[in-house]
Design a protein around this ligand. Sequence first.
Ligand SMILES: [Zn+2]
Length: 119
Amino acid sequence: MLLCSCLACQQATGTGHAAVALVGADAISIEGTPKSFARPADSGAVFTRWFCPECGTPLHGHSSRAPTLVMLPVGLFGTDSAWFTPGQLIFARSHHQWDTIAADLPRHETYRQGGTRDV
Ligand SMILES: [Zn+2]
């Protein structure tokens, strides 16, 4: 569970960061036919975001470098998101002062050292 302040997440969410839970791709199922948008990520991977074609709600995203993982936007869970406890902020280099987050949350300029480069 993490927060991401990369510019792509800022643009996708319309605010200062995305709140994301990483889960196995086999842990989710989708009814209907979502639409997607793919873009190159700073890591060199291709990042694809899926959304509802009817209302535009973001559903999940995944990186070409980690096809077994998906990123779930925590806001998707609405009032059932009390389980979310972010462990880090990634892409702190593009984090804005006006976007207030917990002062003690570990911050990484880009990806967490030794962690995944796939988000
Ligand atoms: Zn991001």
